[in-house]
Ligand binder design. Structure first.
Ligand code: ADE
Length: 224
């Protein structure tokens, strides 16, 4: 998978992309992530990428020109899905992530200020994506959330010891509680069934705990 990110703050990405699983996935060439500074594509002599909104109102709007020119150069003749990070987009979920992960080429545009000139969304963007019903200062953190989530879905990125199958949201439920050594930590004991060695009992216990946890913390998931 190749992911191109168009942003006015490329530095915001570097520390996160250069640690842990995201770093290893790039080293193993499972994913190629390229950062592009939107300002490099503006024709404005002061490197401006925003302007006042037509019709008045507070804040600034990102101008279309740098996005059109950046995308023309970065996308070229490749087939790529273009997504725009913005709070009014479709909500990002595990299911949505799995669908996006099917694309070999993804281009992420990071919005800012009061928004982006609507012609960018109309002519360049395939899907607008929100990571939740709250407003952040820009699309950079949301883009990192999407990149992180997609990268771990790429086959070979997670070690085989880590299973995607049992984790939260995979079956519409939250994951069951996990424990590790010691079995008795300062008097707080691990449930006996997990020490029993009886795999059928353990599976049953996990199913029940998964259901209990979902009922308690995310009853909305059960309704779905
Ligand atoms: N930009 C600002 N807030 C956002 C959100 N919640 N999701 C995606 N992009 C955003």
């Amino acid at each position: 998978m190749r992911i191109d990110i168009i942003t006015i703050f490329p530095e915001m990405f570097k520390s996160i992309l250069n640690e842990s699983i995201l770093k290893r996935a790039q080293e193993k060439k499972k994913v190629v992530i390229r950062l592009h500074n939107l300002r490099d594509y503006t024709t404005d002599k002061h490197k401006k990428v925003d302007d006042r909104p037509f019709g008045g109102g507070p804040g600034m709007v990102m101008t279309p020109q740098p996005f059109f020119d950046a995308l023309k150069k970065i996308k070229g003749k490749r087939k790529a899905k273009v997504i725009l990070m913005c709070p009014s987009g479709k909500t990002f979920t595990q299911k949505y992530a799995k669908n996006l992960a099917k694309n070999k080429n993804l281009i992420i545009l990071c919005g800012h200020y009061e928004g982006i000139d609507e012609r960018v969304r109309e002519k360049l963007v395939d899907e607008s994506v929100s990571i939740g019903d709250y407003v952040l200062t820009g699309g950079e953190l949301p883009a990192l959330v999407v990149v992180d989530c997609l990268t771990r879905l790429i086959p070979g990125v997670l070690g085989k010891e880590i299973s995607l199958k049992d984790e939260s949201f995979e079956n519409g439920l939250l994951e069951y509680p996990q424990y590790t050594r010691p079995a008795n930590f300062r008097g707080i004991k691990v449930p006996n069934v997990l020490l029993s060695g009886n795999h059928r009992d353990i599976e049953e216990w996990r199913k029940q705990e998964s259901m209990k946890k979902t009922k308690k913390y995310r009853p909305d998931l059960l309704k779905k």
